[in-house]
Write a protein that binds this ligand. Structure first.
Ligand SMILES: *Cc1c(COP(=O)(O)O)cnc(C)c1O
Length: 410
């Protein structure tokens, strides 16, 4: 999108504001689909938690995607957006049996990630086929906060517990129709992923009733110049060949499933914020924007480096800035970042703000969550209003507190 289009959006809808370009989402979806076009049956289930706006879900529906969900609320959003339950997979972690039952009753595919629930669900509902989430114990990427396949991870059922899974399946007569892994959000090395896939194939041989194998996600997109991006084309070619070979051995054409979040929506999003104050200190120049980690927590939570552009002064002389927020907390977006000269009132654009940005926003400091805008076919559509003071007050209950101790008179 052009700077003047972005500036107009910030002017028309106010700041801060999230803006998503549908074209980028469509392009990424097609890229992923094309990378696996040698496999007969491929299913891409969009991970709702990355960006859960209903209009974004509708866009995914129009592309033919399914949904990957982690809470019954996400399932309901999907259904409201028009997805039939059969195209929704529920992959929660540590949720109650009651919630899983409720989602199963809606007709979604259930994916179970612990032995306790597997045994309870299989005993109660032997006729509902389920998928199981395996932990292949493979380290994907370096950050343990986003790498979820390693040995100490809380996610999935360990591959070392296959005999126990089989015992539960045999005892309850339940059906396992899929197996799944999700090793985390940071695949730097295709070979590591392919290695984990081999473990999944090996595991799959234990189950004779499979319909699909779900390889999760973790496809990396570049956040700053020089960042590694998962080579999806090479990955697609290698995994497709291996998958087809496996299906031949298995004796049945299975569906190859993925559940990308970041890959589909990260690059489509930009976060626009206005510079309130430019503050020189003895050591640095701060640019303070009308936002904070209440609206975009990834830099503080994961150390994510979002590229920042001064779209109000793109030709200005480059200087070093620390870009920070306005909440009462250290909320640094960037340190020592070279940015075109910033003046108070300028609009900064934060790149890669599609995934895990709005969906992680909060009301901390009693601030409003920003508006969301979808840029679709050359037009800006408001897809979520900025919050108002009513939203801050909503659900709060004011009680009558009579002072127990009388004020002491002096
Ligand atoms: C979060 C999540 C995803 C999406 O991960 P990305 O890195 O955004 O692609 C996929 N599957 C499961 C089970 C998840 O929890």
């Amino acid at each position: 999108m052009h700077n003047n289009q972005l500036l107009k959006i910030a002017k028309d809808f106010g700041s801060p504001v999230y803006i998503y370009n549908s074209e980028t989402i469509i392009k990424q979806y097609k890229r992923l689909n094309t990378a696996f076009n040698k496999v007969k049956k491929v299913k891409i289930n969009y991970a709702v938690k990355a960006l859960s706006n209903i209009s974004i879900l509708k866009l995914m529906d129009s592309l033919g995607a399914g949904l990957d969900t982690v809470s019954i609320q996400e399932v309901k959003l999907g259904i409201i957006a028009g997805f039939p339950a059969e195209r929704i997979i529920f992959t929660p972690n540590g949720v109650s049996l009651e919630e899983i039952e409720a989602v199963a009753k809606l007709g979604c595919q259930i994916n179970i990630d612990n032995l306790s629930i597997l045994e309870q669900f299989g005993t109660k509902y032997p006729d509902i086929p389920v998928c199981i989430r395996i932990n292949p114990h493979v380290m994907a990427g370096g950050n343990t906060n986003i790498s979820v396949g390693h040995i100490d991870s809380k996610f999935g059922i360990s591959i070392h517990q296959i005999p126990h899974i089989l015992r539960i399946v045999n005892n309850t007569k339940m059906t396992i129709n899929g197996i799944h892994m999700h090793t985390g959000s940071d695949i730097l090395d295709i070979d590591v992923f392919l290695y984990a896939s081999e473990i999944l194939f090996e595991t799959a041989k234990n189950f004779k009733t499979l319909e699909f194998i779900d390889f999760g996600s973790g496809f990396k997109v570049p956040y700053k110049p020089g960042d590694i991006e998962t080579n999806i084309e090479e990955f697609g070619e290698k995994l497709s060949a291996r998958f087809n070979e496996f299906c031949k051995d298995y004796g049945k054409q299975l569906t190859l499933a993925f559940e990308p979040g970041k890959f589909l929506v990260s690059e489509a999003g930009q976060f626009l914020a206005k510079v309130n104050v430019v503050k020189q200190t003895t050591s640095t120049v701060f640019a303070q924007i009308d936002s904070g980690f209440n609206h975009l927590i990834r830099p503080m939570l994961y150390g994510a480096q979002h590229e920042i552009e001064n779209i109000s002064n793109p030709k200005g002389k480059e200087r070093f800035y620390s870009v920070v927020g306005y909440i009462c907390e250290t909320d640094t977006f960037a340190n020592n970042r070279r940015i075109n000269e910033i003046n108070e009132g300028d609009i900064l654009a934060f790149k890669n703000a599609g995934a895990y940005c709005y969906s992680m926003a909060s009301n901390y400091n009693s601030r409003y969550r920003p508006a969301e805008v979808l840029w679709h076919e050359g037009k800006a559509h408001l897809i979520r209003k900025r919050e108002t003071f009513d939203d801050i007050l909503k659900n709060q209950i004011e009680i009558d507190l009579k002072p127990k101790i009388k004020a002491v008179k002096v």
